[in-house]
Design a protein around this ligand. Structure first.
Ligand code: GDP
Length: 505
């Protein structure tokens, strides 16, 4: 209707008259035949664009993988909060730097690589660790059925045992057990009086069949704090990877996923890409969501500029037109194919957005109608009761849920999503939160105005709030909560939500 510049009603009427009764719902996708016919009804000259559905897809992987080159396994460390995931990752990362593999810079880019001590064959092997396991990007990837992890290391603190999130990880791994390997790391063994035996028996009771009990899940005892057992952990992961025999093509198509993205001074938008197939080189063309890149530079997790990136490793890629989204798939193609695909993806996104708009309008209309009907019924009922000499009982007041509107700004898109996810969990039936925008970068004027328009507040995670923005926000009475620590942010958001609750006496 928008393209034809007519009202939706008019279009629907015309459709019904043309015998298209069944196709008139606003979210029905018309075939090109029907839409051509309709366009002609309105005196237009339709042109069917066969290109409009063009997109880039990776070809299916070869059936026989055995002849492909091996690639490093991708490992995620998971476990209950405070069981030592971050400490373990930090120690693994810094020991790999100390071993001289890296350029000495330990920047957080979403992944890093740890060398495996030379095997009997003498070939150099390594393991890629993802370093933000709780990442919203991962649930996004999983929701699309993309599992990027080959092996999960389940960290269990020896002084705490199995906790709710430990169980979640066990369930997750068991669901994907044909794709994902499991290694248990009993952590914090440096603490006095820890009972490792007890923890292992708890694991058995939770259906994790450790090798010691005749199962096939290896278990390593470690201390992330002092590094004890980490060599053995790396060797164990490598052994599991060898059994899994992870291999990938190093030619033709590039396929990977964005772990993180951010704006970087001098480079513009950059994204950490975890490569699963193909070889990334500078100069190749990539597509990701509705943005694309001619790869300008590739930087390894240790900060070195590299010429090529092989499957199973991650690198920071620059050359993007716009910031890609964490969790989105990255594919390569010819410049022309990518331009065509981008055009179509943008058009598709626009259509989807305008359909959501239309749905929202329809929902609003429906709600409005229902509200009016309810009011009318109510008045009728009152009149009836009044006429019959009865007085109505005090109606039960059902208050609408009050919502605190929030604009989230964060340092990288992955953390923006993670913060937004966490904030959405704040509140109850009576009062809660509603995220109206998330973004990457310092707090800006448009953030303040957006929050002002929605009478909301700004949550800034790990980004600067420029002095000028602070005073602008103060003038507009827009609160800003800012911290680099997520639970502090949540506490402050909670305080604001509590203020929305009705006062009770
Ligand atoms: P995460 O929430 O799983 O990432 O846990 P953290 O790595 O933040 O660790 C939580 C707390 O446990 C911190 O105070 C760490 O210093 C401590 N911790 C982590 N690993 C060890 C360990 O191996 N031994 C001891 N004694 N403490 C540890």
């Amino acid at each position: 209707a928008r393209l034809l510049n007519v009202k939706l009603d008019t279009l629907q009427r015309k459709m019904r008259r043309a015998g298209m009764e069944e196709q008139t719902s606003h979210d029905h996708m018309l075939s090109s035949d029907y839409s051509s016919l309709l366009a002609m009804e309105f005196g237009r000259n339709p042109v069917v664009n066969d290109e409009a559905a063009f997109d880039i897809h990776p070809p299916p992987p070869p059936v026989d993988k055995s002849s492909l080159p091996l690639r490093p396994p991708v490992v995620t460390i998971m476990g209950h909060v405070d069981h030592g995931k971050t400490t373990l990752l930090d120690t693994l990362r810094s020991t790999s730097v100390a071993k001289g593999e890296a350029g000495g810079i330990t920047q957080h880019i979403g992944a890093f690589s740890v060398p495996v001590p030379a095997t009997s064959g003498g070939d150099k092997r390594s393991i890629t660790f993802l370093d933000t396991p709780g990442h919203a990007a991962f649930s996004a990837m999983r929701a699309r059925g993309a599992s990027v992890t080959d092996i999960v290391v389940l960290v269990v603190a020896a002084d705490d045992g199995i906790m709710p999130q430990t169980k979640e990880v066990i369930e997750l791994v068991q669901k994907e057990q044909d794709k994902v390997g499991l290694v248990v790391a009993v952590n914090k063994i440096d603490k006095p009086d820890v009972d490792i035996d007890r923890v292992e028996k708890m694991l058995l009771a939770a259906n994790v069949l450790l090798e010691r009990f005749g199962g096939d899940v290896p278990c390593v005892h470690v201390s992330g704090l002092n590094g004890e057992g980490l060599d053995q952990l790396v060797e164990t992961i490598n052994a599991v990877a060898e059994m899994q025999d992870v291999r990938a093509e190093q030619k033709d198509v590039v396929q990977g996923y964005v772990l993180e993205s951010k704006m970087q001074k001098g480079l513009g938008p950059v994204a950490t890409v975890l490569l699963l197939r193909g070889v990334m080189k500078s100069g190749i063309h990539l597509i990701c969501g509705t943005t694309h890149a001619k790869v300008r530079s590739l930087t390894s997790p240790s900060g070195e500029s590299v010429k090529t990136v092989l499957p199973g490793s991650a690198a920071v890629v620059s050359g993007w037109k716009e910031l890609p989204n964490a969790g989105d798939e990255v594919l390569s193609g010819s410049e022309t194919d990518i331009k065509r695909a981008i055009g179509n993806r943008i058009r598709k996104a626009e259509i989807e957005a305008s359909m959501t708009d239309m749905e929202a309008i329809n929902v609003n209309r429906k709600e409005e109608r229902e509200r009016r009907e309810a009011e009318e019924n109510d008045t009728r009922e009152r009149k009836r009761l009044h006429a019959s000499g009865l007085t109505p009982e005090a109606p039960e007041v059902k208050e609408e849920r009050k919502e605190l509107t929030i604009v989230v700004k964060a340092d990288v898109s992955g953390s923006a999503e993670a913060v937004a996810q966490a904030i959405m969990g704040v509140g109850n039936d009576i009062a809660g939160t509603k995220i109206i925008a998330t973004g990457v970068g310092d707090v800006s004027e448009s953030d303040v105005m957006r929050a002002k328009a929605a009478q909301g507040l700004i949550v800034a995670f790990g980004v600067k709030v420029p002095r000028a923005m602070e005073s602008l926000a103060a003038g507009q009475e827009v609160p800003i909560v800012s911290s680099t620590i997520i639970y502090r942010l949540l506490d402050q958001v909670k305080e604001h939500v509590i203020k929305l609750l009705p006062v009770t006496y």
